[in-house]
Design a protein. Structure first.
Length: 303
């Protein structure tokens, strides 16, 4: 497709133009997924930018974004298609009243396109030719193995088989991005159909670039302190380390408080922006947070 990046550097530039700071390894696997027409399987901790990548890709390529948010119990009727049973029953009653309820034409009519309700997967397969959408299958690990098995047909053949209707194939396959937070393992059969990338927490340099981009109101000194603090915090034995999204939120919150530098009181008052579990907050407030802050001040003073 002519609108796809021609090389890895162009992929990095494409994402940067949409305010996404990607490292070269992620840009490389994304470039290959786009050029090879393969789904991109992104695995990593929550808040590291997996979902955001699909959103940014949609914006950068000017393609519609169709999002399937996964959850426990997700089935075909919510993810792919279902029949409009109420409208079908009305049609049957009308045919009965007209004495035409037993004809083959009735069955063909009630299982026609006008009674078919398209859910995200089917919408993505029927996307506009030449402008196929970005299909985001978000947090696949929340579903069960039965739903994974269904996705094999979609990912391999870009089609959906509907028993009463037939097979619907994509003229122009969607760009598929699958994310998982690894709360459970995804079956190898599905992974083999994708290009895989583990999205890790960013380096300090890249996270600082992200904070500067997403929270421009924070001073450079404060941004450096925030990033250094979060980077050291992730090395602590917490129940849930803060992701990049939390770093951005914290920088924004501190900016709203007109902060110019971190101090113990300010950190204590705003830890709920950065950490989401009380045990983690209590641990940091008991003294470990002060030790981290002292280390940050020493490091930046030397640097």
């Amino acid at each position: 497709m002519s609108d796809l990046p021609a090389h890895i550097d162009e992929t990095i530039e494409l994402l940067a133009a949409a305010d996404y700071v990607a490292d070269r390894s992620l840009a490389t696997v994304l470039f290959l997924a786009l050029r090879m027409g393969r789904p991109l399987f992104l695995e990593g901790e929550a808040g590291v930018g997996k979902t955001e990548l699909a959103k940014v890709l949609s914006k950068a390529l000017d393609r519609p974004l169709i999002r399937l948010q996964c959850y426990e119990g997700l089935d075909l009727s919510s993810a792919v298609y279902e029949w409009n049973h109420a409208a079908q029953m009305i049609e049957i009653r009308l045919r009965e009243a007209a004495g035409d309820a037993t004809s083959e034409a009735l069955r063909a009519d009630i299982f026609s396109e006008r009674f078919l309700i398209r859910r995200p997967v089917l919408q993505a397969l029927e996307g506009e030719a030449g402008r196929a959408p970005v299909l985001l299958i978000d947090e696949l690990d929340r579903t069960d193995e039965a739903f994974e098995a269904f996705l094999l047909e979609v990912l391999s053949d870009h089609q959906v088989s509907i028993p009463e209707f037939g097979t619907i194939r994509a003229q122009d396959p969607p760009i598929v991005v699958i994310t998982t937070n690894r709360t459970r393992e995804i079956h190898d059969a599905l992974k083999r159909r994708c290009l895989y990338h583990w999205v890790d927490y960013p380096s300090a340099e890249r996270e600082l670039a992200i904070v500067r981009l997403k929270a421009p109101g924070a001073s450079d000194d404060l941004s450096r302190e925030i990033v250094s603090y979060v980077q050291k915090l992730r090395a602590a034995d917490l129940f849930k380390s803060p992701g990049v999204a939390e770093t951005i939120d914290w920088a924004t919150a501190l900016t709203e408080l007109d902060a110019i530098a971190l101090d113990p009181s300010l950190i204590s008052d705003t830890l709920g922006v950065l950490l989401k579990y009380q045990d983690d907050i209590a641990r940091i407030e008991k003294g470990e947070g002060r030790e981290i802050l002292n280390a940050v001040k020493r490091e930046l003073a030397v640097g």
